[in-house]
Design a protein around this ligand. Structure first.
Ligand code: IVH
Length: 673
């Protein structure tokens, strides 16, 4: 390169840097990832060092007061920030209540009291108060770890900085929603797609003075860690929040019974447009804190609460093309590429068509004008075709019988429903289908699996295209030298990636099992299996000859899961992958409480319990670090025998001298300190 060319390269980089900088700091709409941004700065500074004649007043080296583009500092939530399950219809709400009744062993139809609160569509934040002083504030992050955005949160008027009221807990995390009113959004609507993005953008400004410019509001609704909080009901807590100086929603109510829940839902939905902020549904929380504690949590959401979404927003657009996406389990999902359209504040250019049967039933064709629906955070989908606007020469869409990888697809016969699946699948031959393999790797590194910072879906795509990865274990053997030279990468980002991957090698067994991406084995089932499989050696012992039916004793694992496990472990490639992964992995203790009073104590149930469900009894044992095992062996400490126990289990337990206790004894054991 000659001097002129070098100068041109340098100035182009400076221009790019200015553009990124402006979008990052002023508009809070980063155009590139932080690592790309960092790399660009390094590149410019390196050029300046090498070619002394290069100079610009806009260079990052000259830019005094320029903020490092590092992320905010991260910090762990003392109590996880969970999400909520969703319900949409009357049946869903009834089903939610039914599940609660089952768990608590209440008669169906028992009226349960709920605290009903609007679900504001903003950004959640957790505020830590010690002795009444706001000490720190965290964003939700991934629920386990959030970003420290204390100074930004402090600029919000609704957030009390000091609470001098008797009875205010001495150490508490107050949680709530940060949002922007529609009126305020109007003033800045050119910069953001919707009010939620505006709130998020403003809150995550590097400079708190920028946050200050956009008026944010805060409504409190929940708590995380709390010391010295004495309440029996969620509604009492909401009242207290108000007394302590927090804003709470004026639409909060206490309601019992499905009918009243539904009429309130209809009522608020009608008023939705009158509200000055976006509400995308109502949150139903069991009002009694005692019952909340009994119900506890699933992996990501409480059993005691759900979000009842409002009906979706719709718009019309034209289908430009239909693309077939292949999922991790081989499911072929048709996706309509549509003319970009604003559906309730979000620009949509893809809409799901679900499956082959759905396209046939609705006779959806390329070129059709269709109604698109978007509900909350769910993927937008096509609901109907506007036949009046169909062009005369349009042709029926023929669903491909082959996967894009070339394999002939199949429709599975479901033995339970006695019907063929609506979904067409690529026959799962391990990692032969490129599309599936890529999706499996994306799952392997995803947030709930290995959770590797800086390695997202897009990077997997890129590494795949460059043939850097083909199988999950390749993640542990990346060529960082090569990566650091890739476009948009650099030494720094490659080193960061390496660090994140090293960190991910220490993982709990349940996460590892989940990360394998076995069909029908989600986080909950992976957890159940991990109790049984126990160690990486346990996992390595499973092959086609394994007695999978042993797993049938685990509450929650059924025939569907067993069939899927059998299929997975009968494929050599999967066994090979596990063996390879095992070389790099170190199994960590699960993050769950391991020091409860039932530590190292194994239980098993037989027969029906009185007044309490199996699920609840199980959760009581797990909360105290005990384990439920599925076979009577020497390892079993207590066999809890209810009504009509299985004789075989009792006999075997007697033979092995295992303590057989009844429900009363179990409760005594539970209450013993
Ligand atoms: S309670 C464990 N209450 O909804 C309980 N959440 O999908 C979890 N949200 O991340 C939260 N209004 O950002 C709760 N009244 C309300 C809420 C609310 C809005 C948001 C919150 C959370 C998300 C869950």
């Amino acid at each position: 390169m000659n001097k002129k060319e070098i100068k041109e390269l340098y100035l182009n980089n400076i221009k790019l840097y200015q553009k990124y900088n402006k979008n990052y700091f002023e508009k809070s709409k980063p155009l590139v990832s932080d690592s790309e941004f960092d790399n660009l700065k390094i590149k410019i500074i390196e050029l300046e060092k090498k070619y002394k004649y290069l100079e610009s007043k806009h260079s990052p080296s000259k830019n005094i007061g320029f903020k490092p583009s590092k992320n905010f500092k991260k910090s762990l939530h003392r109590v996880k920030m969970l999400s909520l399950s969703n319900v949409f219809s009357r049946d869903d709400v009834a089903n939610f209540e039914k599940k609660i009744c089952n768990f608590l062993n209440l008669k169906h139809g028992t009226k349960i009291e709920y605290s009903v609160e609007p679900k504001i569509d903003g950004i959640s934040a957790s505020l830590n108060y010690k002795n009444g002083i706001l000490i720190s504030g965290l964003s939700r992050g991934d629920g386990t770890e959030g970003e420290l955005i204390t100074e930004n949160l402090k600029t919000i008027k609704d957030i009390p900085k000091k609470i001098n009221i008797k009875g205010f807990p001495n150490d508490i995390d107050i949680r709530g929603e940060v949002f922007i009113t529609n009126k305020d959004f109007q003033k800045i609507k050119n910069d953001f797609a919707n009010p939620r993005n505006a709130a998020s953008g403003s809150l995550r400004q590097k400079n708190p003075n920028e946050t200050k410019k956009i008026p944010l509001k805060f409504i409190a609704y929940n708590y995380g860690y709390a010391e010295g909080l004495k309440i029996n009901k969620q509604s009492e807590f909401l009242k207290k929040l108000n007394e302590w100086g927090f804003k709470v929603s004026k639409f909060n109510k206490i309601i019992s019974g499905i009918d009243d829940l539904l009429s309130n839902h209809a009522d608020i939905e009608n008023k939705r447009n009158e509200l000055d902020y976006d509400v995308d549904g109502l949150v139903y929380k069991i009002n009694s804190i005692d019952l909340q504690n009994r119900l506890g949590f699933l992996s990501n959401a409480p059993r005691w609460a759900t979000a009842h979404k409002f009906s979706a927003v719709t718009s019309f657009s034209k289908i430009l093309n239909i693309e077939i996406q292949v999922g991790r389990t081989g499911a072929l999902t048709p996706v309509a590429k549509i003319e970009p359209i604003n559906v309730g504040g979000v620009i949509v250019s893809n809409a799901s068509l679900h499956n082959e049967d759905e396209i046939k039933r609705k006779d959806i064709r390329i070129g059709d004008t269709v109604k698109i629906e978007r509900a909350g955070d769910v993927i937008p989908h096509v609901i109907s075709v506007d036949l009046k606007r169909r062009s005369k020469n349009s042709e029926k869409y023929i669903f491909p019988k082959k996967c894009p990888c070339g394999f002939e697809t199949i429709k599975e016969f479901n033995n339970i429903t006695k019907k063929f699946d609506a979904v067409r699948r690529c026959p799962d031959r391990g990692f032969e289908c490129d599309k599936m393999a890529k999706e499996k790797i994306k799952h392997f590194i995803s947030k709930d699996a290995l959770n590797i910072d800086g390695l997202g879906k897009k990077v997997v795509e890129k590494f795949w295209n460059l043939k850097l990865i083909r199988l999950p274990q390749d993640i542990f053997n990346l060529n960082y030298e090569k990566i650091s030279k890739l476009d948009g990468w650099g030494k720094l980002s490659a080193a960061n990636l390496k660090y994140a991957i090293e960190k991910s090698k220490e993982i709990s067994l349940e996460r590892l099992i989940f990360s394998l991406g076995i069909r029908h084995i989600g986080q909950e089932n992976a957890k159940l299996l991990s109790y049984n499989i126990k160690s990486i050696d346990g996992l390595l012992k499973i092959d086609a000859n394994f007695r999978f039916n042993n797993f049938l004793n685990i509450d929650g694992i059924g025939e569907t899961q067993i069939n899927s496990l059998k299929k997975f472990f009968s494929q050599d490639i999967n066994l090979k992958i596990i063996r390879e992964i095992a070389k790099y992995i170190k199994i960590s203790k699960s993050t769950e409480n391991k020091d409860g009073k039932f530590k190292n104590i194994n239980f098993m149930f037989t027969g029906k319990l009185d007044g309490i469900s199996r699920a609840e009894a199980k959760s009581m044992i797990e909360k105290n670090s005990g384990k439920i095992i599925s076979t009577v062996t020497n390892k079993l400490n207590y066999l809890i025998s209810g009504e009509k126990p299985t004789n075989k289990k009792i006999e075997k337990a007697k033979e092995l001298n295992i303590k057989i206790i009844n429900q009363k004894d179990f409760i005594k054991l539970l209450n013993k300190i």
